[in-house]
Design a protein around this ligand. Structure first.
Ligand code: NAI
Ligand code: MG
Length: 365
């Protein structure tokens, strides 16, 4: 049997810096855990534009559609700000999302005990937190028609349309229930069924998917505004939250900040299953290319390494190995190893990007 395949697209700014550490981690699993990957690397974003005049070459797109998972660093930077919209670095990422049809966006909010002081909430509210927000990513009000700014009488009107088909709701709900089975077996679905028809349909379809195919998973429904309150009041009540594109955008950013630094936050986007039943998948840190610290060896590689841990768990069925990697990161943080973005108390000298990678590899050993 051939090894599982990974396409690495490091991108711009700190993307290649953090990805260097991820590649060391991937090699570690190959040599120490007998878990080898066929890794291919290519360009995306500004790096691809510099070489090919396009932020994503067709050959790269074709590779992304073939591999078992794509691992992306970050795209963009001031050098590319003046470029025409059609070739901006972000377009490379958007094309990947669109052609891979990545409709299910996974945003975990996980609090490492050693960093619980970083949260704006009280320590006991966030210590040990581990929730997953599943955001529908390819439909809803960001895409619905009609949209635009129109003349109406003697003034203008701005219009966006929240629109969801049953099949769009069905597939993201399935994705959430599948995840829940690998976690705490509990899903909370959030919408505004009290004031939105799309919310009524959302609630109906999610319930039906659960009753038909996931009766073993506990399902609750919550209005999204209450959900926002509950997320900051008692976030540990949740395991998996599934919600639409707009509410998911807001709720996932809110949940992310429960746990502190941008340099710690991984994400995944999943699409329809391939022939072998694995969903198409793209894993990436939540942060961008951080031009303010790029090239200085200061970037925290943990968000990108945790994105690889998500790949282990959700693309490769290696939940134990993912937990091994997360435990190594937990240990390093508990030992007080910090990149510059994680400095809270006085008197701690930050480690470099490579230094953090070294510490994680040592903890894995
Ligand atoms: P950003 O996430 O790149 O940076 C925001 C702040 O967080 C900066 O001060 C940065 O130094 C810090 N930061 C981010 N990641 C860090 C890490 N791993 N370790 C330590 N500190 C970290 O967002 P910003 O500044 O708004 O955007 C910069 C560029 O990145 C823009 O060109 C933007 O379009 C692009 N971007 C790309 C994304 C992607 O590739 N998915 C997502 C967000 C922004
Ligand atoms: Mg957002």
């Amino acid at each position: 049997m051939s090894n599982p395949s990974l396409l690495i697209l490091a991108g711009d700014g700190i993307g290649p810096e953090v990805m260097t550490e991820v590649k060391r981690v991937i090699e570690w699993f190959g040599t120490k855990r007998d878990l080898a990957f066929d890794v291919e690397e290519d360009l995306v974003g500004g790096a691809a534009y510099d070489k090919h005049g396009t932020p994503l070459h067709d050959d790269t797109m074709a590779k992304a559609l073939k591999v078992d998972a794509v691992l992306l660093g970050a795209v963009g930077g001031p050098k590319y700000d003046a470029l025409d919209f059609s070739v901006k670095p972000e377009r490379g990422l958007l094309r990947l999302r669109k052609e891979m049809d990545l409709f299910s966006n996974l945003r975990p909010a996980q609090c490492f005990d050693a960093l619980a002081d970083f949260s704006s909430l009280k320590k006991d509210i966030v210590a040990g937190l581990d929730i997953m927000i599943v955001r529908e990513l390819t439909s809803g009000v960001y895409f619905g028609e009609p949209r635009g700014i129109f003349e109406e009488g003697n003034e203008r009107v701005g219009i966006n349309t929240q629109r969801y088909t049953e099949s769009e709701i069905d597939r993201v709900a399935r994705s959430a229930f599948e995840l829940a089975r690998r976690r705490g077996n509990k899903v909370c679905s959030m919408e505004k069924a009290n004031v939105m028809e799309s919310g009524i349909l959302w609630r109906e379809v999610v319930q039906k998917v659960r009753d038909t195919d996931y009766p073993d998973v506990e399902l609750s429904h919550m209005y999204a505004d209450n959900g926002a309150m509950q997320l900051v009041r008692a976030p540990k009540q949740f395991d998996v939250i599934v919600t639409d594109n707009l509410f998911g955008d807001i709720l996932s950013d809110c949940a992310a900040m429960l746990t502190g630094s941008l340099g710690m936050l991984p994400s995944a986007s999943l699409g329809a299953p391939n022939a072998d039943g694995r969903p198409k998948a793209l894993y990436e840190p939540v942060h961008g290319s951080a031009p303010d610290i790029a090239g200085q060896g200061k970037a925290n590689p943990i968000a990108c390494i945790l994105s690889f841990a998500m790949a282990l768990r959700y693309s490769f069925d290696q939940g134990d190995e993912a937990a091994r990697l997360e435990a190594a990161i937990e240990k390093v943080l508990a030992d007080g190893v910090r990149t510059a973005d994680l400095l809270g108390e006085e008197g701690v000298t930050p480690v470099s990007t490579t230094g953090m990678g070294d510490a994680i590899l040592a903890a894995l050993d």
